[in-house]
Design a binder for this molecule. Structure first.
Ligand SMILES: [Zn+2]
Length: 312
């Protein structure tokens, strides 16, 4: 494992390492308030020495990101392209984008991301991580996104994006098969394992521990299928299980196994919270620390995390 990747937030470093090792095509980070605030809070945790320079860079990044004004004249391909180019130029001035690019030993780029719901246009930004020799161009990703938004066929982009993240086609099909007569796919994926979560322990937030929220995970072979945040495997999918097992093993070869175990617990817990929100009709996103102390600490650089007694 390179020194560079150890400087990335642990979540990002571990998903990026699975990409470098060839077990996933790509991984991504949504550049949002959760990402910035999570890191800022983690760096200030008592467990770590003060990291003023990094803190200043993160605050600067958050401010720069928030100051970006995005305007789209109308919902045409041309106008979305114009807005995307302007937006992307600004995104590339965010120090965090340069930080990720400098330290990830593969191919890394930022792109705007558009989403259309009920004729409203939403936007965000996503940083992708790929291997050097197996990466699409930023323009290709933008083109897929823009075409889907203009045609109001977001499912097409979702499918494309699922493949970029190395999700099996069968699980993407399962995820997109939504009917009012059956529970949301997110919940169908989680339900068989929902008893792994101790609901009573969840309320403690960063004062609690993932050990109490998800005491034993992955326990059975099937549970390895949860190898990425926001990936909801089709129940019983062997491809997802095999892939997840490979991700687990490749990471356990380079960092303490306890850390990999926590990474899987936190990933499953995150997906549980997302699925539960979808299932009950809410839309609250998990915030860093919801799943316990470790959930917050995983926003700190991997190199800091591996100095903790728990992981060394
Ligand atoms: Zn599958």
């Amino acid at each position: 494992m390179s020194d560079g990747i150890r400087r990335l937030p642990a979540f990002t470093a571990l998903s990026g390492q699975a990409v470098l090792d060839g077990h996933r095509k790509g991984a991504s980070i949504q550049l949002d308030e959760t990402y910035f605030a999570g890191q800022i809070r983690a760096l200030q945790a008592d467990e770590f020495p003060p990291g003023e320079r990094r803190l200043a860079a993160l605050r600067d990044s958050r401010e720069t990101y928030e100051s970006i004004d995005v305007e789209v004249e109308s919902l045409t391909e041309q106008h979305l392209w114009d807005a995307s180019r302007r937006f992307r130029r600004r995104l590339r001035t965010v120090p965090e984008v340069a930080h990720l690019d400098r330290h990830f030993p593969g191919h890394c780029f930022v792109v705007p991301e558009w989403l259309r719901t009920d004729n409203r246009l939403h936007y965000g930004a996503r940083v992708y991580l790929f291997r050097e020799d197996d990466a699409p161009t930023p323009e290709t990703v933008m083109q897929e996104n823009i075409a889907a938004v203009v045609a109001d066929s977001f499912g097409d982009f979702e499918r494309y994006q699922g493949r970029l993240h190395g999700y099996p086609d069968c699980c993407i099909d399962f995820y997109q098969d939504r009917s009012p007569d059956s529970p949301a796919p997110e919940w169908q994926a989680i339900a068989p394992f929902a008893d792994r979560i101790d609901e009573d322990a969840l309320g403690a937030g960063p004062a609690g521990s993932i050990d109490d929220v998800v005491p034993a995970f992955p326990d059975t072979e099937a549970e390895y299928a949860f190898f990425a945040r926001e990936f909801f495997p089709e129940p019983g999918c062997e491809t997802a299980r095999t892939k997840g097992r490979a991700v687990y093993d490749t990471l356990a070869a380079v960092v303490d196994e306890r850390l990999v175990e926590d990474y899987f617990k936190l990933t499953f817990g995150f997906n549980y919270l997302v699925a539960q929100a979808v299932h009950t009709g809410g839309n609250r996103r998990p915030t860093p620390g919801d799943l316990g102390r470790e959930d917050l600490l995983f926003y700190a650089p991997l190199g800091e995390l591996t100095t903790l007694p728990r992981y060394s």
